[in-house]
Write a protein of this length. Structure first.
Length: 366
C-alpha cells in the first residue's frame, strides 16, 4: 500500500550525459520532486541539463551537490568508471539511490560499494531498464508462476551496432576495462538471471573474438559462453557489439529462448517489426552516424523521444523509482546485490575467455 502522505523529493543528478538528462526531465515532471540539483565535470553539459530540468542548483562538484540539505535522493549517471565516489558520498548521508549499471567496473570496488550500501541500510537500486518493458514482465510472470515447469535451458543472442562499442572505447584510457559482456551483455544477462533467480550458477565457459574491433581500438568484438547451474540447468549467451555501422539496429537486437520441463517461451526482441528506410541520415542511438539510413525503430533501450518527452522503459523505470521513495511502493528494480552479481558473472565470462578454460563460480577480484 502506498503512503497516504507521500514524501517530498530533493533530487541530486550526478552526471549530465544522455541518461542524466533523460531521468532529469522525467523527474522534473514528477509531483513529489520539488528540488533538483545537477553536477557534472563539464560546465556546458551541467548547464544544458540544468536548464532543461529547471534545476535549482548546478555545480561541477558532486560532493558539494550531495551535501546540500535539500537533497533526499541521488541519481548516479556518470561514466561507468566514475560511479564509486558519488555512491559512497550518498551512502554516507543515507540518501536513496538510483545507480546506472554497474556499481563499479572492478569487482573489488563493486564489493566495497555493496558492503557500504548494505551496512548503511540505504535503499539503492540499479538501472537495468529492460525489467520495465512489458515484454519481459509478461515472460517473468509466466516463469515465476511455473507455466514452463522447471526451467532447464535458456539461450540469448544479442547483436549490437558497433557505434556503441566505439563510443565506450573512446571514453576510456584502458581498453582492457571495457568488454561487450561488462558494458552491454549485462542487460541480457540480467533479464535471464532475473528469470532464473532461484538457481545458483556454479561454472562458466566462454570464448571471445577481436578481429574487427581489435585493430580499431584494441577491443573485443564478441563473446559466447555457457553458464552451468547447480541443478544442471544451462544458460547459453552470445553477444556481438561489432556489427557494421550500417546495421539497422540503433543499439540492441535480442533473441531469447526459455525452455522448461512443461513448456517453452521464445522472445523476438530484434525490433524488426518497424523498419524505416530514408535518404536522410538517422539520429537514433548513442552516437548517430551519417551512413545509417535504415533503422529498426524502437531498438534504443531507454525508449524514444516523442512529442517532446521520453516515452518507454527508462521513463517507466524512473517514475517507479520516484514512486518507490516517495510512496513506499514495491518495484521490480535490480538491487545492489543483484548488480554486483551481474558484474561478477560478466567478469567471469571475460576471465574464462581470456584463460580459455572453464571457471568455477563465483569469482573474486583476486
Amino acid at each position: 500500500m502506498a503512503r497516504k502522505a507521500p514524501k517530498r523529493i530533493g533530487l541530486a543528478i550526478v552526471g549530465a550525459g544522455r541518461v542524466g538528462l533523460f531521468r532529469g526531465e522525467v523527474a522534473a515532471r514528477h509531483p513529489q520532486v520539488d528540488w533538483i540539483g545537477v553536477a557534472d565535470l563539464k560546465p556546458e553539459r551541467a548547464k544544458l541539463v540544468g536548464d532543461k530540468c529547471k534545476a535549482d542548483f548546478v555545480t561541477a562538484d558532486f560532493r558539494e551537490l550531495i551535501r546540500r540539505p535539500e537533497v533526499t535522493a541521488v541519481i548516479v549517471a556518470t561514466d561507468e568508471h566514475l560511479h564509486v565516489e558519488p555512491i559512497l558520498a550518498a551512502v554516507e548521508r543515507k540518501l536513496s539511490l538510483m545507480i546506472e549499471k554497474p556499481l563499479a567496473t572492478e569487482l573489488a570496488e563493486s564489493e566495497r560499494v555493496l558492503q557500504a550500501i548494505q551496512k548503511s541500510g540505504v535503499d539503492a537500486v540499479v538501472g537495468y531498464t529492460q525489467r520495465f518493458r512489458r515484454k519481459w514482465l509478461s515472460v517473468k510472470e509466466k516463469v515465476r508462476t511455473g507455466a514452463l515447469g522447471d526451467v532447464t535451458l535458456v539461450t540469448s543472442r544479442a547483436f549490437m551496432n558497433r557505434l556503441v562499442a566505439l563510443d565506450n572505447y573512446k571514453r576510456t584510457n584502458d581498453a582492457s576495462k571495457i568488454s561487450p559482456m561488462v558494458i552491454s551483455g549485462t542487460h541480457a544477462l540480467d533479464v535471464v538471471m532475473w528469470m532464473m533467480e532461484a538457481k545458483r550458477p556454479v561454472e562458466i565457459f566462454a570464448r571471445s573474438v577481436d578481429k574487427a574491433l581489435g585493430p580499431l581500438c584494441k577491443g573485443i568484438d564478441a563473446t559466447a559462453g555457457l553458464i552451468a547451474f547447480e541443478d544442471g540447468s544451462l544458460y547459453h549467451s552470445v553477444i556481438s557489439w561489432a556489427l557494421p555501422v550500417v546495421w539497422p539496429g540503433a543499439v540492441y537486437s535480442l533473441e531469447v529462448g526459455i525452455t522448461g520441463t512443461e513448456g517453452v517461451i521464445t522472445v523476438d526482441d530484434t525490433h524488426r517489426d518497424i523498419v524505416m528506410a530514408t535518404s536522410r541520415p538517422q539520429s537514433e542511438g548513442y552516437n548517430p552516424d551519417s551512413e545509417r539510413k535504415v533503422d529498426f525503430l524502437g531498438s534504443y533501450p531507454p525508449g524514444d523521444m516523442v512529442l517532446g518527452e521520453l516515452r518507454g522503459p527508462m521513463r517507466e523505470e524512473t517514475e517507479q523509482w520516484l514512486n518507490r521513495i516517495s510512496m513506499g511502493l514495491a518495484t521490480q528494480h535490480a538491487t545492489a546485490a543483484e548488480a554486483h552479481n551481474r558484474l561478477m558473472l560478466t567478469k567471469a565470462f571475460d576471465k574464462s575467455a581470456r584463460l580459455k578454460k572453464p571457471i568455477a563460480l563465483p569469482i573474486t577480484e583476486e
